[in-house]
Design a protein around this ligand. Sequence first.
Ligand SMILES: [Zn+2]
Ligand SMILES: [Zn+2]
Length: 277
Amino acid sequence: MPAGGGRGPMPEGAEAPAPGTACRICLSGPGGEGVCSPCPCRGSLRWVHLSCLRTEFLARQQWTQLTCSICKNEFSGEPALLLAALALQSAEAAWGSESVGTLVCADHLGRLLSNAGELAEAEPHLRRALAGLELALGPEDPEVLIAASNMGMLLKCQGRVEEAEPLARRAWRGSCAVRGEEHPETLVFGMNLAAALRELGKAEEAEPLLRQALAGLGKERGDQHPDALAAAASDGQQPAPPAASPIPVVAAWYPCRALVGYFGYWFMGLKFLFLEL
Ligand SMILES: [Zn+2]
Ligand SMILES: [Zn+2]
């Protein structure tokens, strides 16, 4: 992992552990290293030393799986970035630099860097993943479509929307053909394409994609959806989702590992998008 400008072990905005907190792996207190909360696990499973998490990850040797072995959600924040870099390095050593597994690891690292706002650092990883996966799997493979969408979202974040649109469109069209228009991954790709289209002033084309995503993804809503959690919290049934680290909640709900261009809007309700169209 290149130097990242003073990243600490705790995800941004995470709360400090209470006195008496123990690491879920070694069961010791935080000590000098401190502990982090890398996934939605709570209670006695919430906190872990980054070094213990790293040791467990290395022992597991599943380089394309950046998920918690307990709650099955993808890790987030600084721990996820560190493990993704470690995974890529390990996959290259174990599988070679051109293998599909290694390229998926590159896509993971690029996506997480992109989510963290490290756009310049993310770009070579996402470019490598897209080019290599396309060569290995052909242009229509779902892994290639994810890599295309992720590359498109990175370009959009960089303000290069005209370059982003064809990649986002390719991911959406390909997924429509391979998985069908109603597949959750297709709907997320459509939402991302809509994000690019709106920035290009093509609101008429964006609107049906957003409506389709709202209707289709709404059917998939479970009790982990942010809206459901917020509604339950307002009823006093359970605590509200952690506002400072919402990514695990969304990662638990989204059925794909594509970057989500409208990520922030889900917390306001997608309907607000239509007021802007
Ligand atoms: Zn520990
Ligand atoms: Zn967990």
